[in-house]
Design a binder for this molecule. Sequence first.
Ligand SMILES: *Cc1c(COP(=O)(O)O)cnc(C)c1O
Length: 340
Amino acid sequence: MTKPHLANVAADRPAEPPVPVALSDIEAAAARIAGKVAHTPLVVSPSLSRLCRQPVHLKLETRQPIGAFKLRGAMNAVLALGDDRRRHGLVTASTGNHGRAVAYAARQLGLRATICMSALVPANKVEAIRSLGAEIRIVGRSQDDAQAEVERLVAEHGLTPIPPFDNPDVVAGQGTIGLELVEDLSELALVLVPLSGGGLAGGIAAAVKAWRPEVRVVGISMERGAAMAVSVAAGRPVAVVETETLADSLGGGIGLSNRVTFALCRDLLDEIVLLSEAEIAAGIRHAAREEGEVVEGAGAVGIAALLAGKVSPHGPTAIIVSGGNIDEAVHRRIISGAAG
Ligand SMILES: *Cc1c(COP(=O)(O)O)cnc(C)c1O
């Protein structure tokens, strides 16, 4: 079988450089991270298949060593660095799944990782990252203060920043999920992907559509502060007001000078669907009760979109269950039906 080429998505915009993540980059990422990151299971959901009258599969990224897919992108980005860029160690400001991923990848590869965070980050999040072997640097009282410290460590001490999504190596790493889907489910018709900064959705869409252009890829965000949805609608990256949401891993902006993921999502996603907090809670509850999976809010949005009837599968469907790192007390409250 000859390899299809990713359509040149920038063909009608000659003034812009082509989108910098091609199928060959994603295949190179898959070879690089093999054995260091899990090829996760794709399992049938009998209850969702009955509901949708189509085979519905769950891609369980909850089974990655850190409990979320972010390890793919971080591991690929770190492995792609030359020795001189690794020497002074890695740095990021994420306190969530990306911070865990950078810490874990650094430890696996014998490198130093520094995670910058503000004094307002809860102790359990700090400990989760410290226990993975990272150095913690507490600075200021906001995420902006933490990011400023990242930039200082890069400029003054030569540390290498590993961004959470807007980086071609990170996107290529996340795109390896798309290669696994095409390999494991040949009749694939629809992919439902949680969407925040767009590294996950952009990477998966680039991989899947390169092999199977007819497959629909739908991004799913929460109604509260859906930065990519608002940006795609506006035709340029825009800032949104952040509000608390059950899908906390989907919070944050896409960056006003976004280089990679905005163009990918604008050009490759077929649709973006938004969910209420009650719908996301129902997704978490369904995952626990019907699928036996502990899934965080961000990881449950694909299930939630089907339950809410906001997406109607027209053929075999894969839901990216992106992560399972949810506070135990919050999870208990949701599955008992008290929330949402
Ligand atoms: C980061 C994250 C996402 C969103 O990924 P983006 O690349 O930022 O769109 C979805 N789910 C989980 C669990 C995450 O940690």
